[in-house]
Design a protein around this ligand. Structure first.
Ligand code: SF4
Length: 189
């Protein structure tokens, strides 16, 4: 593993039921340059915001709830802007645990494949949901935010049936008492 790479994350939610199969930890990455109209996470767009953490440090935070979760979900913000340190992080996840990995990216599948080092990154991902959020094609109940987005099962662990019955939204109360809305369509709450 390469050293001295830093991730910039916006938030880590330890336990969620609305961001993939089973209970999952969700990591919102900080920084996105894609500028989708109607983006529901504008606070995650600035590249300089969020908090810095090393791949090993983020793994340690995931492990605190490691026996309660089926996997992790990476969303944003734009995860692929941090593909190199995320690859390091996911290498640790896959080497040390049986956790599954889901990634939401605003890049299309073709754009993702064209990125440097995407092969190594995608080898560590179980499901990739790809494509910009298009508010004119907003959808619910299909584990994506707009119907133009494409879902890619990158290994045999999951299939389309595993994405049925995932809540489109949930509301959680954080340790500091604040309400957190999350899911592929949190606005419906
Ligand atoms: S890709 Fe996601 S975070 Fe980036 S602008 Fe679009 S909706 Fe917002």
């Amino acid at each position: 593993m390469k050293e001295n790479k830093t991730l910039r994350i916006h938030r880590l939610l330890p336990l969620s039921r609305a961001n993939g199969p089973g209970t999952r930890s969700v990591i919102w990455m900080q920084g996105c340059t894609l500028g989708c109209p109607g983006c529901c996470n504008p606070g995650m767009q600035p590249l300089s915001g969020g908090k810095k953490v090393s791949p090993a440090g983020l793994f340690a935070r995931i492990l605190r709830h490691g026996n309660q979760i089926e996997g992790i979900t990476l969303t944003g913000g734009e995860p692929l802007l941090q593909m190199e340190p995320l690859t390091d992080f996911l290498e640790i996840i896959k080497r040390c645990t049986n956790l599954s990995v889901i990634v939401f990216t605003g890049y299309t599948w073709e754009e993702t494949l064209a990125k440097n080092n995407s092969t190594a990154f995608l080898a560590l991902v179980d499901i990739l949901i790809a494509g910009r959020y298009d508010q004119g094609k907003k959808t619910t109940g299909s584990f994506r935010s707009s119907s133009n987005q494409t879902i890619h099962f990158l290994d045999p662990r999951y299939s389309p049936k595993d994405l049925k019955d995932i809540p489109s939204s949930e509301i959680l109360i954080s340790e500091d008492g604040n309400a957190i809305l999350t899911g592929t369509d949190p606005a419906i709450l």
